[in-house]
Design a protein around this ligand. Structure first.
Ligand code: EPZ
Length: 427
């Protein structure tokens, strides 16, 4: 397994290119199932999860072709084609490794009238049920059975008749599955209290480019009028707002001055406001966000919530940054029940954090000390990298495969901005 070594203390400076969004790519890829024509996705990030999703789609009969990516390029162009769906099953051994595989459920149901997808099971940050995915599909007329750890979904002859569903809680994945199922329904599907994350907007824009009829894009009410078929399209994946936010925290925690190139500011308002409240200077010019930290960080009180509020995927990164603030910060994680796995690892580096249920109190300390630490999940891993960038001495982050799921060529980007960071392979 690879490890990442960081010798902390360098202020970051320079430009950091932002890659395509992992959480958009993982919902755009299964859209290939919704048409027999080619779908070309540009700015697809080079990530382990994107590769895994491509392999799953291959098993379902989707051909995937990567176009001319030079080693030095960020992102790739992939053309996918589901001329025929040759299987409608997503097996346990794939789904357990990548829970986003559940996002083939809606498109398979829409295109093939049936789907058999393994229940994803929990993960490090929570048990992450899929009941809302299934309830939304049932509301649209799907027949759902759960047997032997698998969801078997089927549509009546002639396709999903349509219907209405109001989400009791906001769910990104359930909204995505429901929208992808609805676009080929024989009737109209209405979703209320739908997720409004930018990745949902990206999905709806791609589906519209493929010929879908979706009203209310960007709002919490989506009205989808099903079409008999969709056509192919060429589409550019949106930039990764969480990657951009993570690197903004890297500038903040190291007292640096960096330019994030290619991010969409509108996707990041809550994060950028929180940075400004912490005393970080944030300047915006076209698609460049300049993040400059001149002074000691001010403590914050943050509560995660669905978009447009502060994103749960940025909680761990802000916690790392706030370990060095001038006072006590209070973080409340309202989305997932176990998203503080980074706390004991940060504590090993000298952070002073106490957790009580969903709330963590982070008391600023004078400095952090490098140490060997263990990555447990994707965003927790990034919080350890951030702490290592600011710590005195060497930090060794183990199990970096977690990072490779969501950050494209992280050590290259950070070392180009002045970090003393390298990947060591135990292979
Ligand atoms: C997506 O996960 C993201 N993953 C997550 O990013 C992100 O943290 C999350 O949305 C929230 O923004 C991808 O897009 C691939 P949810 P998802 O359904 O769709 C509960 C990362 O680090 N819930 O919005 O699984 C659930 O348990 C990852 O990039 C149900 O109860 O999240 C959670 O408490 C981590 N029943 C809450 O809703 C359901 O059927 C929000 O989950 C579905 C969800």
């Amino acid at each position: 397994m690879d490890r990442i070594l960081i010798r902390g203390g360098n202020r970051l400076a320079g430009r950091l290119p932002i890659s395509g969004a992992k959480n958009s790519a993982l919902t755009l890829l299964p859209c290939a199932l919704l048409t027999d024509e080619p779908l070309t996705l540009r700015n697809l990030p080079r990530l382990a999860d994107v590769d895994s999703f491509g392999h799953l789609l291959n098993q379902l009969g989707v051909s995937t072709m990567i176009e001319g990516a030079r080693p030095e390029d960020f992102g790739r162009v992939m053309t996918l084609r589901a001329g025929r769906v040759t299987s409608t099953e997503a097996p346990y051994d794939i789904v357990r490794k990548m829970r986003a595989s559940i996002l083939v459920l809606g498109p398979l149901l829409a295109r093939a009238g049936q789907a058999t997808v393994s229940l994803p099971g929990g993960c490090a940050i929570g048990n992450r049920p899929i009941d809302l995915h299934l309830k939304a599909l049932e509301a649209f007329g799907a027949i759902i059975e759960i047997t032997a750890g698998y969801v078997r979904a089927s549509a009546p002859d002639g396709g999903l008749p349509g219907g209405s569903f109001t989400f009791p809680v906001v769910s990104v994945g359930a909204t995505e599955n429901a929208v992808m199922a609805a676009v080929l329904a024989s009737g109209t599907c209405v979703l209320e209290n739908a997720a409004r994350e930018p990745e949902i907007v990206d999905l709806c824009k791609l589906l519209t480019a493929m010929g879908a009829d979706i009203q209310g894009i960007g709002s919490d009410k989506l009205v989808i009028t099903g079409k008999p078929r969709l056509h192919g399209a060429t589409y550019r994946v949106m930039p990764d707002r969480i990657e951009a936010g993570s690197y903004a925290c890297a500038a903040a925690i190291t007292g640096g001055d960096v330019e994030l190139v290619g991010a969409h500011v509108d996707d990041m308002q809550a994060v950028l406001s929180a940075l400004r409240e912490a005393g970080v200077e944030v300047g915006v010019e076209r698609d460049i966000i300049r993040v400059t930290a001149h002074q000691k960080l001010r403590p914050l009180t943050i509560s995660t919530a669905p978009f447009p509020a502060f994103p749960t995927d940025m909680q761990a990164q802000f916690m790392a940054m706030l370990t060095l603030a001038d006072g006590a910060s209070v973080l409340t994680e309202t989305i997932f029940e176990n998203r503080y796995m980074h706390v004991p690892e940060l504590a090993r580096m000298g952070a002073d954090i106490s957790v009580n249920g969903r709330t963590a109190v982070v008391r600023g300390v004078a400095g952090l000390t490098g140490a060997p630490v263990m990555a447990t999940d994707l965003r927790a891993s990034m919080s350890l990298i951030l702490a290592g960038l600011a710590a005195t001495g060497e930090t060794q982050v183990n199990r970096v495969y977690h990072l490779d799921r969501g950050y494209e060529r992280l050590e290259e980007k950070l070392s180009a901005a002045g970090a003393d960071i390298e990947r060591v392979s135990d292979g």
